[in-house]
Design a protein around this ligand. Structure first.
Ligand code: NAP
Length: 434
Protein backbone atom coordinates (compact mmCIF):
# COMPACT_ATOMS: atom_id res chain seq x y z
CA UNK A 1 0.00 0.00 0.00
CA UNK A 2 1.51 3.33 -0.95
CA UNK A 3 1.18 6.43 1.22
CA UNK A 4 -0.47 8.91 -1.10
CA UNK A 5 -2.39 11.59 0.82
CA UNK A 6 -6.15 11.13 1.07
CA UNK A 7 -8.25 12.62 -1.73
CA UNK A 8 -10.92 15.11 -0.72
CA UNK A 9 -14.25 14.18 -2.28
CA UNK A 10 -17.13 16.69 -2.23
CA UNK A 11 -20.53 15.15 -2.94
CA UNK A 12 -23.26 17.44 -4.30
CA UNK A 13 -26.70 15.91 -3.73
CA UNK A 14 -28.01 13.24 -1.36
CA UNK A 15 -31.11 12.13 -3.25
CA UNK A 16 -31.74 8.71 -4.81
CA UNK A 17 -28.23 8.44 -6.24
CA UNK A 18 -26.22 10.77 -3.98
CA UNK A 19 -27.30 9.06 -0.76
CA UNK A 20 -26.19 5.68 -2.18
CA UNK A 21 -22.84 7.10 -3.29
CA UNK A 22 -22.32 8.49 0.22
CA UNK A 23 -23.24 5.13 1.76
CA UNK A 24 -20.81 3.23 -0.48
CA UNK A 25 -18.01 5.74 0.13
CA UNK A 26 -18.42 5.30 3.88
CA UNK A 27 -19.15 1.55 3.99
CA UNK A 28 -16.49 0.51 1.45
CA UNK A 29 -13.87 3.01 2.57
CA UNK A 30 -11.04 0.47 3.01
CA UNK A 31 -11.74 -1.47 -0.17
CA UNK A 32 -11.92 1.74 -2.21
CA UNK A 33 -8.70 3.04 -0.66
CA UNK A 34 -6.94 -0.20 -1.62
CA UNK A 35 -8.28 0.03 -5.17
CA UNK A 36 -7.31 3.67 -5.62
CA UNK A 37 -4.01 3.59 -3.71
CA UNK A 38 -5.18 6.45 -1.46
CA UNK A 39 -8.11 6.98 0.92
CA UNK A 40 -11.18 8.74 -0.49
CA UNK A 41 -12.22 11.21 2.19
CA UNK A 42 -15.84 12.34 1.93
CA UNK A 43 -15.43 15.94 3.10
CA UNK A 44 -19.05 17.04 2.79
CA UNK A 45 -22.43 16.46 1.19
CA UNK A 46 -24.20 19.45 -0.34
CA UNK A 47 -28.00 19.51 -0.16
CA UNK A 48 -30.85 22.01 -0.12
CA UNK A 49 -32.21 21.00 3.29
CA UNK A 50 -29.71 19.59 5.82
CA UNK A 51 -32.56 18.39 8.05
CA UNK A 52 -34.58 16.53 5.39
CA UNK A 53 -35.35 12.86 6.05
CA UNK A 54 -33.24 10.64 3.78
CA UNK A 55 -33.35 7.02 2.55
CA UNK A 56 -29.87 6.46 3.95
CA UNK A 57 -28.74 7.69 7.34
CA UNK A 58 -25.86 10.08 6.74
CA UNK A 59 -23.50 11.67 9.31
CA UNK A 60 -25.20 15.01 10.09
CA UNK A 61 -21.85 16.82 10.35
CA UNK A 62 -21.16 16.10 6.65
CA UNK A 63 -24.35 17.77 5.40
CA UNK A 64 -24.16 21.38 4.26
CA UNK A 65 -26.21 23.80 2.20
CA UNK A 66 -23.12 25.87 1.35
CA UNK A 67 -22.20 24.08 -1.86
CA UNK A 68 -19.80 26.75 -3.14
CA UNK A 69 -17.54 26.47 -0.08
CA UNK A 70 -17.69 22.66 -0.20
CA UNK A 71 -16.57 22.63 -3.84
CA UNK A 72 -13.74 25.09 -3.21
CA UNK A 73 -11.77 22.70 -1.01
CA UNK A 74 -12.17 19.49 -3.04
CA UNK A 75 -9.86 17.33 -5.19
CA UNK A 76 -12.85 15.61 -6.79
CA UNK A 77 -16.44 16.90 -7.02
CA UNK A 78 -19.24 14.38 -7.54
CA UNK A 79 -22.33 16.19 -8.85
CA UNK A 80 -25.67 14.44 -8.27
CA UNK A 81 -27.99 17.44 -8.04
CA UNK A 82 -29.59 17.24 -11.50
CA UNK A 83 -30.70 20.21 -13.64
CA UNK A 84 -28.53 22.88 -15.21
CA UNK A 85 -28.05 25.40 -12.41
CA UNK A 86 -26.47 25.54 -9.88
CA UNK A 87 -24.75 22.35 -11.13
CA UNK A 88 -23.08 24.05 -14.13
CA UNK A 89 -21.63 26.98 -12.18
CA UNK A 90 -20.45 24.77 -9.31
CA UNK A 91 -18.69 22.39 -11.70
CA UNK A 92 -17.09 25.20 -13.71
CA UNK A 93 -15.81 26.67 -10.43
CA UNK A 94 -14.52 23.26 -9.35
CA UNK A 95 -12.72 22.73 -12.67
CA UNK A 96 -11.27 26.25 -12.63
CA UNK A 97 -9.76 25.40 -9.23
CA UNK A 98 -8.20 22.25 -10.72
CA UNK A 99 -10.61 19.67 -9.26
CA UNK A 100 -11.84 16.68 -11.26
CA UNK A 101 -15.53 16.10 -11.77
CA UNK A 102 -17.87 13.12 -11.81
CA UNK A 103 -21.47 13.71 -12.83
CA UNK A 104 -24.57 11.67 -13.70
CA UNK A 105 -26.33 14.73 -15.09
CA UNK A 106 -27.30 13.97 -18.72
CA UNK A 107 -29.20 17.23 -19.13
CA UNK A 108 -26.08 19.18 -18.15
CA UNK A 109 -23.64 17.11 -20.22
CA UNK A 110 -25.94 17.25 -23.28
CA UNK A 111 -26.41 21.04 -23.03
CA UNK A 112 -23.01 22.14 -21.68
CA UNK A 113 -20.64 19.19 -22.19
CA UNK A 114 -18.23 21.06 -24.50
CA UNK A 115 -18.01 23.98 -22.04
CA UNK A 116 -17.19 21.61 -19.16
CA UNK A 117 -14.70 19.58 -21.22
CA UNK A 118 -12.95 22.77 -22.35
CA UNK A 119 -12.73 24.03 -18.77
CA UNK A 120 -11.26 20.66 -17.75
CA UNK A 121 -8.73 20.61 -20.58
CA UNK A 122 -7.50 24.09 -19.68
CA UNK A 123 -6.32 22.88 -16.28
CA UNK A 124 -5.58 19.23 -17.16
CA UNK A 125 -8.58 17.97 -15.18
CA UNK A 126 -11.09 15.28 -16.09
CA UNK A 127 -14.89 15.07 -16.37
CA UNK A 128 -16.37 11.55 -16.09
CA UNK A 129 -20.08 10.90 -16.74
CA UNK A 130 -20.63 7.15 -17.14
CA UNK A 131 -23.93 7.29 -15.19
CA UNK A 132 -25.41 9.96 -17.48
CA UNK A 133 -26.49 7.33 -20.03
CA UNK A 134 -27.91 3.94 -19.13
CA UNK A 135 -27.51 4.24 -15.32
CA UNK A 136 -25.48 1.21 -14.27
CA UNK A 137 -24.71 0.10 -17.83
CA UNK A 138 -21.12 0.71 -18.94
CA UNK A 139 -21.55 2.47 -22.30
CA UNK A 140 -19.58 5.74 -22.12
CA UNK A 141 -16.24 4.05 -21.51
CA UNK A 142 -16.80 1.32 -24.15
CA UNK A 143 -17.54 4.02 -26.76
CA UNK A 144 -14.78 6.34 -25.60
CA UNK A 145 -12.05 3.77 -25.01
CA UNK A 146 -12.83 0.16 -25.99
CA UNK A 147 -14.11 1.12 -29.45
CA UNK A 148 -11.66 4.00 -30.00
CA UNK A 149 -9.84 1.99 -32.69
CA UNK A 150 -12.98 0.97 -34.56
CA UNK A 151 -15.44 2.90 -36.72
CA UNK A 152 -18.86 3.01 -35.06
CA UNK A 153 -21.64 2.88 -37.64
CA UNK A 154 -24.71 2.97 -35.45
CA UNK A 155 -25.81 3.19 -31.83
CA UNK A 156 -29.44 2.32 -31.19
CA UNK A 157 -30.72 2.20 -27.66
CA UNK A 158 -33.60 2.06 -25.28
CA UNK A 159 -32.26 4.73 -22.96
CA UNK A 160 -35.37 5.83 -21.08
CA UNK A 161 -36.74 3.29 -18.61
CA UNK A 162 -40.01 5.13 -17.95
CA UNK A 163 -41.17 5.09 -21.56
CA UNK A 164 -40.00 1.50 -22.00
CA UNK A 165 -42.08 0.53 -18.96
CA UNK A 166 -45.13 2.32 -20.38
CA UNK A 167 -44.86 0.75 -23.86
CA UNK A 168 -44.17 -2.67 -22.31
CA UNK A 169 -47.36 -2.37 -20.21
CA UNK A 170 -49.34 -1.35 -23.28
CA UNK A 171 -48.15 -4.53 -25.02
CA UNK A 172 -48.34 -7.02 -22.17
CA UNK A 173 -51.40 -5.75 -20.25
CA UNK A 174 -53.31 -4.02 -23.03
CA UNK A 175 -53.19 -0.78 -20.99
CA UNK A 176 -53.73 2.63 -22.54
CA UNK A 177 -50.84 5.08 -22.40
CA UNK A 178 -52.57 7.01 -19.59
CA UNK A 179 -53.14 3.83 -17.51
CA UNK A 180 -49.53 2.68 -18.00
CA UNK A 181 -48.21 6.14 -17.07
CA UNK A 182 -50.30 6.10 -13.88
CA UNK A 183 -48.75 2.75 -12.89
CA UNK A 184 -45.25 4.01 -13.74
CA UNK A 185 -45.85 7.01 -11.47
CA UNK A 186 -47.19 4.79 -8.66
CA UNK A 187 -44.14 2.52 -8.85
CA UNK A 188 -41.73 5.49 -8.85
CA UNK A 189 -40.56 4.99 -12.46
CA UNK A 190 -42.09 8.30 -13.59
CA UNK A 191 -41.65 11.75 -12.05
CA UNK A 192 -44.64 13.81 -10.93
CA UNK A 193 -44.06 15.81 -14.13
CA UNK A 194 -43.35 13.12 -16.74
CA UNK A 195 -42.73 15.54 -19.64
CA UNK A 196 -38.97 14.93 -19.89
CA UNK A 197 -39.56 11.20 -20.28
CA UNK A 198 -42.71 10.89 -22.38
CA UNK A 199 -41.85 13.75 -24.74
CA UNK A 200 -38.42 12.23 -25.37
CA UNK A 201 -36.27 15.05 -23.91
CA UNK A 202 -34.38 12.71 -21.57
CA UNK A 203 -33.67 10.23 -24.38
CA UNK A 204 -32.62 13.10 -26.68
CA UNK A 205 -30.04 14.30 -24.11
CA UNK A 206 -28.62 10.78 -24.09
CA UNK A 207 -28.64 10.63 -27.90
CA UNK A 208 -26.54 13.82 -27.97
CA UNK A 209 -24.00 12.25 -25.62
CA UNK A 210 -23.90 8.89 -27.42
CA UNK A 211 -23.61 10.41 -30.91
CA UNK A 212 -20.84 12.80 -29.84
CA UNK A 213 -18.81 9.93 -28.40
CA UNK A 214 -19.53 7.37 -31.10
CA UNK A 215 -18.63 9.65 -34.01
CA UNK A 216 -15.91 11.83 -32.37
CA UNK A 217 -18.00 14.82 -33.33
CA UNK A 218 -19.78 17.45 -31.27
CA UNK A 219 -23.50 16.79 -31.83
CA UNK A 220 -25.41 19.71 -30.25
CA UNK A 221 -28.66 18.92 -28.45
CA UNK A 222 -30.63 21.10 -30.90
CA UNK A 223 -29.54 18.85 -33.80
CA UNK A 224 -31.26 15.80 -32.31
CA UNK A 225 -34.69 15.14 -33.82
CA UNK A 226 -37.09 14.28 -31.00
CA UNK A 227 -40.50 12.63 -30.85
CA UNK A 228 -41.83 11.14 -27.61
CA UNK A 229 -44.46 8.45 -27.08
CA UNK A 230 -47.54 10.65 -26.63
CA UNK A 231 -48.78 9.85 -30.16
CA UNK A 232 -48.58 6.08 -29.53
CA UNK A 233 -52.10 4.62 -29.25
CA UNK A 234 -53.35 1.19 -28.17
CA UNK A 235 -54.47 0.71 -31.81
CA UNK A 236 -50.84 1.14 -32.94
CA UNK A 237 -49.70 -1.39 -30.33
CA UNK A 238 -52.32 -3.89 -31.53
CA UNK A 239 -51.42 -3.26 -35.15
CA UNK A 240 -47.73 -3.95 -34.38
CA UNK A 241 -48.66 -7.15 -32.54
CA UNK A 242 -50.71 -8.45 -35.46
CA UNK A 243 -47.54 -8.41 -37.57
CA UNK A 244 -45.25 -9.89 -34.89
CA UNK A 245 -43.77 -6.53 -33.90
CA UNK A 246 -43.17 -4.47 -30.76
CA UNK A 247 -43.16 -0.67 -30.31
CA UNK A 248 -40.17 0.88 -28.52
CA UNK A 249 -38.90 4.41 -28.00
CA UNK A 250 -35.32 4.40 -29.25
CA UNK A 251 -32.43 6.80 -29.63
CA UNK A 252 -30.69 6.21 -32.96
CA UNK A 253 -27.25 7.65 -33.70
CA UNK A 254 -26.16 6.81 -37.19
CA UNK A 255 -23.27 7.40 -39.57
CA UNK A 256 -24.55 8.22 -43.05
CA UNK A 257 -21.79 7.17 -45.42
CA UNK A 258 -21.04 9.32 -48.45
CA UNK A 259 -20.05 6.25 -50.47
CA UNK A 260 -16.46 7.39 -51.07
CA UNK A 261 -15.03 4.86 -48.62
CA UNK A 262 -13.29 7.65 -46.70
CA UNK A 263 -14.85 8.40 -43.33
CA UNK A 264 -14.19 12.14 -43.50
CA UNK A 265 -17.12 12.80 -45.89
CA UNK A 266 -19.62 10.86 -43.77
CA UNK A 267 -22.42 12.70 -42.02
CA UNK A 268 -24.06 11.79 -38.72
CA UNK A 269 -27.61 11.81 -37.46
CA UNK A 270 -29.07 11.53 -33.97
CA UNK A 271 -32.77 11.13 -33.35
CA UNK A 272 -35.30 9.85 -30.85
CA UNK A 273 -38.68 8.45 -31.87
CA UNK A 274 -40.85 5.37 -31.47
CA UNK A 275 -40.10 2.46 -33.81
CA UNK A 276 -41.71 -0.86 -34.63
CA UNK A 277 -39.25 -3.73 -34.17
CA UNK A 278 -39.67 -7.42 -35.04
CA UNK A 279 -40.39 -9.35 -31.82
CA UNK A 280 -37.16 -11.28 -32.53
CA UNK A 281 -34.95 -8.14 -32.44
CA UNK A 282 -32.67 -8.07 -29.34
CA UNK A 283 -34.12 -4.69 -28.27
CA UNK A 284 -37.66 -6.11 -28.39
CA UNK A 285 -36.75 -8.36 -25.45
CA UNK A 286 -35.91 -5.37 -23.23
CA UNK A 287 -38.80 -5.39 -20.79
CA UNK A 288 -40.19 -3.14 -18.06
CA UNK A 289 -37.88 -0.22 -17.13
CA UNK A 290 -34.65 -1.85 -18.32
CA UNK A 291 -32.30 -0.10 -20.78
CA UNK A 292 -30.22 -1.58 -23.59
CA UNK A 293 -27.88 -0.11 -26.15
CA UNK A 294 -27.10 -1.87 -29.39
CA UNK A 295 -23.85 -0.75 -31.03
CA UNK A 296 -22.73 -1.70 -34.52
CA UNK A 297 -19.08 -1.05 -35.34
CA UNK A 298 -17.27 -1.79 -38.60
CA UNK A 299 -14.89 -4.40 -37.18
CA UNK A 300 -16.48 -5.36 -33.85
CA UNK A 301 -19.88 -6.07 -35.44
CA UNK A 302 -22.95 -5.99 -33.19
CA UNK A 303 -22.57 -5.43 -29.44
CA UNK A 304 -25.35 -5.16 -26.90
CA UNK A 305 -25.18 -3.50 -23.48
CA UNK A 306 -28.09 -4.29 -21.18
CA UNK A 307 -29.11 -3.55 -17.61
CA UNK A 308 -30.63 -1.17 -15.10
CA UNK A 309 -30.89 2.30 -16.61
CA UNK A 310 -31.82 3.91 -13.29
CA UNK A 311 -32.13 3.28 -9.56
CA UNK A 312 -30.11 4.71 -6.68
CA UNK A 313 -27.68 1.84 -5.95
CA UNK A 314 -27.41 0.85 -9.63
CA UNK A 315 -26.53 4.38 -10.77
CA UNK A 316 -24.21 4.78 -7.78
CA UNK A 317 -22.21 1.81 -9.13
CA UNK A 318 -21.37 3.76 -12.30
CA UNK A 319 -20.61 6.93 -10.31
CA UNK A 320 -18.22 5.02 -8.04
CA UNK A 321 -16.53 3.50 -11.09
CA UNK A 322 -15.90 7.01 -12.44
CA UNK A 323 -14.69 8.17 -9.06
CA UNK A 324 -12.20 5.31 -8.66
CA UNK A 325 -10.90 5.86 -12.19
CA UNK A 326 -10.38 9.60 -11.60
CA UNK A 327 -8.86 9.04 -8.17
CA UNK A 328 -6.36 6.53 -9.61
CA UNK A 329 -5.25 9.15 -12.13
CA UNK A 330 -4.57 11.54 -9.21
CA UNK A 331 -2.42 8.91 -7.58
CA UNK A 332 -0.60 7.87 -10.76
CA UNK A 333 -0.32 11.42 -12.17
CA UNK A 334 -0.86 12.76 -15.68
CA UNK A 335 -3.49 15.11 -17.12
CA UNK A 336 -7.10 14.13 -17.78
CA UNK A 337 -8.14 13.14 -21.28
CA UNK A 338 -10.75 15.27 -23.03
CA UNK A 339 -13.40 13.51 -25.15
CA UNK A 340 -12.31 13.26 -28.77
CA UNK A 341 -14.12 15.42 -31.32
CA UNK A 342 -11.38 15.19 -33.96
CA UNK A 343 -13.63 13.80 -36.70
CA UNK A 344 -15.91 16.86 -36.70
CA UNK A 345 -18.34 15.24 -39.15
CA UNK A 346 -21.23 17.20 -40.66
CA UNK A 347 -24.64 16.65 -39.12
CA UNK A 348 -27.25 15.49 -41.60
CA UNK A 349 -30.63 17.24 -41.56
CA UNK A 350 -33.42 14.96 -40.35
CA UNK A 351 -35.04 15.07 -43.81
CA UNK A 352 -32.06 13.16 -45.27
CA UNK A 353 -32.42 10.23 -42.85
CA UNK A 354 -33.66 7.03 -44.50
CA UNK A 355 -36.27 4.74 -42.97
CA UNK A 356 -39.11 2.38 -43.80
CA UNK A 357 -42.51 3.65 -42.62
CA UNK A 358 -45.90 2.14 -41.96
CA UNK A 359 -48.90 4.45 -42.31
CA UNK A 360 -52.45 3.63 -41.19
CA UNK A 361 -55.14 5.65 -42.95
CA UNK A 362 -58.90 5.88 -42.78
CA UNK A 363 -60.15 6.49 -46.31
CA UNK A 364 -63.46 6.98 -48.07
CA UNK A 365 -64.98 3.57 -48.76
CA UNK A 366 -65.40 3.40 -52.53
CA UNK A 367 -63.64 1.74 -55.50
CA UNK A 368 -60.49 3.38 -56.88
CA UNK A 369 -59.43 5.01 -53.62
CA UNK A 370 -56.46 2.72 -53.13
CA UNK A 371 -55.07 3.54 -56.58
CA UNK A 372 -55.38 7.27 -55.87
CA UNK A 373 -53.64 6.98 -52.49
CA UNK A 374 -50.85 4.77 -53.86
CA UNK A 375 -50.39 7.30 -56.67
CA UNK A 376 -49.53 10.01 -54.12
CA UNK A 377 -46.65 7.91 -52.81
CA UNK A 378 -45.33 7.38 -56.34
CA UNK A 379 -45.62 11.11 -57.09
CA UNK A 380 -43.24 11.84 -54.20
CA UNK A 381 -40.78 9.08 -55.10
CA UNK A 382 -41.80 6.76 -52.27
CA UNK A 383 -42.22 3.13 -53.24
CA UNK A 384 -44.98 1.17 -51.49
CA UNK A 385 -43.93 -2.30 -50.37
CA UNK A 386 -47.17 -3.60 -48.87
CA UNK A 387 -50.82 -2.65 -48.59
CA UNK A 388 -53.35 -4.31 -46.38
CA UNK A 389 -56.85 -3.70 -45.25
CA UNK A 390 -56.71 -3.72 -41.47
CA UNK A 391 -59.05 -6.53 -40.38
CA UNK A 392 -59.61 -4.98 -36.97
CA UNK A 393 -61.29 -1.92 -38.33
CA UNK A 394 -63.34 -3.29 -41.19
CA UNK A 395 -64.04 -1.48 -44.37
CA UNK A 396 -62.04 1.66 -44.98
CA UNK A 397 -58.86 1.28 -43.02
CA UNK A 398 -55.63 0.93 -45.01
CA UNK A 399 -52.14 0.11 -43.75
CA UNK A 400 -49.35 0.93 -46.22
CA UNK A 401 -45.73 -0.11 -45.70
CA UNK A 402 -43.04 1.76 -47.64
CA UNK A 403 -39.64 0.77 -48.91
CA UNK A 404 -36.75 2.83 -47.52
CA UNK A 405 -37.36 6.52 -48.20
CA UNK A 406 -36.02 9.79 -46.87
CA UNK A 407 -37.88 11.50 -44.04
CA UNK A 408 -38.30 14.53 -46.33
CA UNK A 409 -40.14 12.45 -48.95
CA UNK A 410 -42.35 10.83 -46.30
CA UNK A 411 -43.18 14.28 -44.87
CA UNK A 412 -44.23 15.39 -48.37
CA UNK A 413 -46.42 12.27 -48.76
CA UNK A 414 -48.07 12.99 -45.40
CA UNK A 415 -48.83 16.57 -46.45
CA UNK A 416 -50.33 15.30 -49.70
CA UNK A 417 -52.40 12.65 -47.89
CA UNK A 418 -53.75 15.22 -45.47
CA UNK A 419 -54.92 17.38 -48.37
CA UNK A 420 -56.41 14.48 -50.37
CA UNK A 421 -60.23 14.36 -50.52
CA UNK A 422 -60.37 10.53 -50.20
CA UNK A 423 -58.32 10.45 -46.99
CA UNK A 424 -60.46 10.97 -43.90
CA UNK A 425 -57.51 10.89 -41.52
CA UNK A 426 -53.98 9.63 -40.96
CA UNK A 427 -54.37 7.34 -37.97
CA UNK A 428 -50.71 6.63 -37.33
CA UNK A 429 -47.22 6.73 -38.75
CA UNK A 430 -44.50 4.50 -37.39
CA UNK A 431 -40.95 3.80 -38.55
CA UNK A 432 -40.01 0.17 -39.06
CA UNK A 433 -36.68 -1.39 -38.04
CA UNK A 434 -35.72 -4.84 -39.35
P1 NAP B 1 -32.83 13.61 -6.50
O1 NAP B 1 -33.27 12.37 -5.80
O2 NAP B 1 -33.82 14.62 -6.89
O3 NAP B 1 -31.73 14.30 -5.54
C1 NAP B 1 -31.18 15.57 -5.81
C2 NAP B 1 -30.32 15.98 -4.64
O4 NAP B 1 -29.71 17.22 -4.96
C3 NAP B 1 -31.09 16.20 -3.34
O5 NAP B 1 -30.34 15.73 -2.26
C4 NAP B 1 -31.23 17.74 -3.24
O6 NAP B 1 -31.20 18.24 -1.94
C5 NAP B 1 -29.99 18.19 -3.97
N1 NAP B 1 -30.20 19.47 -4.65
C6 NAP B 1 -30.92 19.69 -5.78
N2 NAP B 1 -30.86 20.99 -6.12
C7 NAP B 1 -30.10 21.60 -5.19
C8 NAP B 1 -29.69 22.94 -4.98
N3 NAP B 1 -30.06 23.92 -5.80
N4 NAP B 1 -28.89 23.20 -3.92
C9 NAP B 1 -28.52 22.21 -3.09
N5 NAP B 1 -28.88 20.93 -3.22
C10 NAP B 1 -29.67 20.63 -4.25
O7 NAP B 1 -31.98 13.25 -7.82
P2 NAP B 1 -31.37 11.83 -8.24
O8 NAP B 1 -32.45 10.95 -8.74
O9 NAP B 1 -30.47 11.32 -7.16
O10 NAP B 1 -30.52 12.26 -9.53
C11 NAP B 1 -29.29 12.94 -9.42
C12 NAP B 1 -28.64 13.02 -10.80
O11 NAP B 1 -28.38 11.71 -11.28
C13 NAP B 1 -29.49 13.70 -11.87
O12 NAP B 1 -28.67 14.44 -12.75
C14 NAP B 1 -30.11 12.54 -12.61
O13 NAP B 1 -30.44 12.85 -13.96
C15 NAP B 1 -28.97 11.54 -12.55
N6 NAP B 1 -29.41 10.16 -12.69
C16 NAP B 1 -30.33 9.65 -11.82
C17 NAP B 1 -30.73 8.34 -11.94
C18 NAP B 1 -31.74 7.74 -10.98
O14 NAP B 1 -32.03 6.55 -11.09
N7 NAP B 1 -32.29 8.50 -10.04
C19 NAP B 1 -30.19 7.54 -12.97
C20 NAP B 1 -29.23 8.07 -13.83
C21 NAP B 1 -28.84 9.39 -13.67
P3 NAP B 1 -32.40 17.94 -0.86
O15 NAP B 1 -32.31 16.46 -0.63
O16 NAP B 1 -32.05 18.71 0.34
O17 NAP B 1 -33.65 18.36 -1.56
Amino acid sequence: MNHYRSLRVALLGAGSVGSQVARLLLEHRDELAARVGAPLELVGIGVRDVHAKRDVELPQELLTDDLATLVAGADIVVELLGGIEPARTLLLDALAAGADVVTANKALVAAHGPELFQAAETVGAQVNYEAAVGGAIPIIRPLEQSLAGDRVMRVMGIVNGTTNFILDRMHTEGSTLEEALAIATELGYAEADPTADIEGYDAASKATILASLAFHTEVPAECVHREGITAVTDAMVQQAERTGRVLKLVAICERLEDGSGSASGDRVSARVHPVSLPATHPLAAVREAKNAIFVTAESAGDLMFYGAGAGGPETASAVLGDLVSIARRHVLGGPGAAPSTHADLAIAPFGDVLARHELALTVVDRPGVLAGVAGLFAEHGVSVESVRQDPADGEASLVLGTHTASEARIAAVLDALEAHHDVERIDSVIRLID
